[in-house]
Design a protein around this ligand. Sequence first.
Ligand SMILES: *Cc1c(COP(=O)(O)O)cnc(C)c1O
Length: 400
Amino acid sequence: MIPALMPTYNRADLAFERGEGAWLWTADGRRFLDFGAGIATASVGHGNPHLVQAIAEQAARVMHTSNLYRIPQAERLAARLVETSFADSVFFCNSGAEANEGMIKAVRKYHAENGHPERFVTVCFEGAFHGRTLATLAATGNEKYLAGFGPPVEGFRHVPFGNMNALRDAIDGTVAAVMLEPIQGEGGVRPASLDYLRQVRAACDEFGVLLALDEVQTGMGRSGKLWAHQWAGIEPDVMSSAKGIGGGFPLGAILAKEKVAQYLKPGTHGSTYGGNPLACAAGNAVLDILLAPGFLDGVDRVARHLWRGLQGLAQRHPTVIEGIQGAGLLLGIKLRPEVSNGEAQNAAVAEGLLTVAAGMNVLRLAPPLIITEAEAEEAVALLDRAMRRITPSRAKDAAK
Ligand SMILES: *Cc1c(COP(=O)(O)O)cnc(C)c1O
């Protein structure tokens, strides 16, 4: 018989009762170091006192009023995001897919309002992940996810990630925007080089198309800067955010330059829950933590420490690990073809470490941004033990 909870996920048989910082406990008292953070979402750690207090106080006062009225918490959060980014204006929603869906609408609207309704195609990349709604699935372009859901939404085109000639060839008079993740998350923790990001920006300018960045996973401090594209010194025209922005409370956002945002007038887009007082209280509390003096420098420092630890790990386990990739606290352990990331993930769980699998046989690490250097070292030590669990038999296989 089908479970009451629809079986859309392959769930591990673990249920957590309590969390504190980077740690989670099951009901039977087992403790795990959480280097998945609910897929890069519990950005300020579990049970963060500042976030908990902000949510509790706002919930007691007023949770939801709708966008029929002014929402001071949303006005404040938007103003702070504008102040700390390229953007002039922000739209709030509830998830990454919803933010991307709105972003896709925004780039189409921009060209339509500028007299070019024929420019409605978004150029996306192989290995991308943009969500599970019909349009974001088409943007994702993964055949496996699209199968069985009818004709894909029109207006998406895919080119190889990192190939500038292919991108330039794909841009014609029907293209509205180029949409990419500065680091492909689900696709295997694959970073675009900073130079590639600059070249993509330059090509967008040359052809008069918009640059739309999906920073749902890479944004809100995960890279060691508030937004990953800041490492390249470029600015998008429009950008999506979600995952870490609410620290675990559902919240998404579209950040846009005025030239794009100006066309999203009353009636063009909306969301009942979007930016409600409770969600924005959570968003403001997360931002308080991320913008505290020295916090992002600390993320960068601990990330470099973790990177060095993982390089050592890779050197100690050459029969299991092919290499380390990613940036900031979004890192991937690329496994040799003889070892599956599922197997490595299970071995890590057996040692008390939670990770997330990603595409291209990568084991993804996306810990809360508040981890200490000691916790980074502990994760490497647990991975060392996990890798030893798989090394012996696999080394034999590899030697065959
Ligand atoms: C997770 C993710 C999404 C989808 O976010 P949801 O909140 O699951 O809808 C979109 N883009 C990227 C880059 C993501 O990592």
